[in-house]
Design a protein around this ligand. Structure first.
Ligand SMILES: NC(=O)C1=CN([C@@H]2O[C@H](COP(=O)(O)OP(=O)(O)OC[C@H]3O[C@@H](n4cnc5c(N)ncnc54)[C@H](OP(=O)(O)O)[C@@H]3O)[C@@H](O)[C@H]2O)C=CC1
Ligand SMILES: Nc1nc(O)c(N)c(N[C@@H]2O[C@H](COP(=O)(O)O)[C@@H](O)[C@H]2O)n1
Length: 228
């Protein structure tokens, strides 16, 4: 499976403010680019933190992109995936609308009551890992078995960290908007525990002005020691 991460950050690297509410960082051209990236994916993945904060739909909006997908035999909008160990996704979350299949990936310890509630709300519940937390390598294998070959990860910072930590990311694109959000507790592009001795090694492929910001595109080349 090919995995690419796309997110928008402020000039100081934040995904949002300390309130963790959705912030419009991209401009119209970047949102159009994101729509094209979604249209090129078989599924779009977020962590449950993003679902609780943003209540996203993660659909393809441009009718011509939707038509191109259906013309080639794909659903108009890619599947949505929520990584959600205990099944906290609310039953009325917009990501559970009928615009596309939504997989909610839970850990094996997720309560049966939550799994049943998600199933009733229309989610396809997938169990990955045999612990309290979703194991992403198992989750991605389960998605691959369901025909997902190209996966877009939109965030947030916790899930992006775990994707890098598991060595699952092939490409990273970051839109850097022209604003400063600040805040030591505001989410950043890559949160989690952080990397120390060995860190993901990026290859810069493209730098482009988009709207009033900069788009950075990278390939991921494995790991590099920090004392280089
Ligand atoms: N500007 C942008 O482009 C974007 C901004 N955002 C912003 O990011 C913020 C949300 O980010 P964040 O709080 O980091 O939340 P995430 O969306 O990264 O979700 C994190 C949650 O996912 C669950 N999870 C399950 N398995 C794993 C795993 N293996 N690794 C990591 N997480 C796992 C955890 O909850 P549990 O333990 O319950 O399973 C965890 O708390 C919001 O403010 C949102 O607005 C989000 C996306 C894009
Ligand atoms: N690329 C990008 N730029 C921004 O400025 C953003 N705030 C985000 N947020 C991501 O988009 C999701 C919402 O999308 P829909 O409204 O459902 O289309 C949000 O949850 C973040 O993942 N992205």
């Amino acid at each position: 499976m090919e995995v690419f991460v796309n997110a928008a950050v402020s000039a100081d690297g934040k995904l949002s403010t300390r309130r963790r509410e959705q912030v419009r960082i991209s401009g119209p051209d970047d949102f159009a680019r994101v729509d094209r990236l979604r249209a090129d994916a078989d599924a779009v993945l977020v962590g449950v933190g993003t679902v609780l904060a943003d209540d996203p739909r993660l659909t393809v909006d441009d009718p011509s992109l939707r038509a191109a997908r259906t013309d080639r035999g794909d659903p108009a909008t890619p599947a949505r995936v929520v990584v959600d160990s205990t099944g906290r996704t609310p039953a009325d979350a917009r990501i559970l609308d009928d615009a596309a299949t939504t997989y909610v990936v839970v850990a094996s310890a997720a309560p049966d009551s939550r799994r049943r509630a998600l199933d009733r709300a229309g989610a396809e519940v997938v169990v990955a890992g045999d612990d309290d937390r979703v194991a992403l390598d198992d989750a991605f294998s389960a998605l691959s078995a369901r025909g997902i070959d190209r996966l877009m990860v939109e965030g947030g910072g916790e899930i992006i960290f775990s994707c890098f930590a598991a060595g699952l990311v092939d490409e990273l694109s970051v839109y850097v908007g022209s604003l400063v959000l600040g805040g030591r507790d505001a989410p950043t592009l890559v949160d989690g525990d952080g990397f120390v001795e060995s860190v993901p090694d990026l290859r810069l492929e493209e730098v482009r002005r988009v709207d009033d910001g900069v788009l950075l595109e990278y390939g991921v080349d494995g790991w590099v020691e920090t004392d280089r």
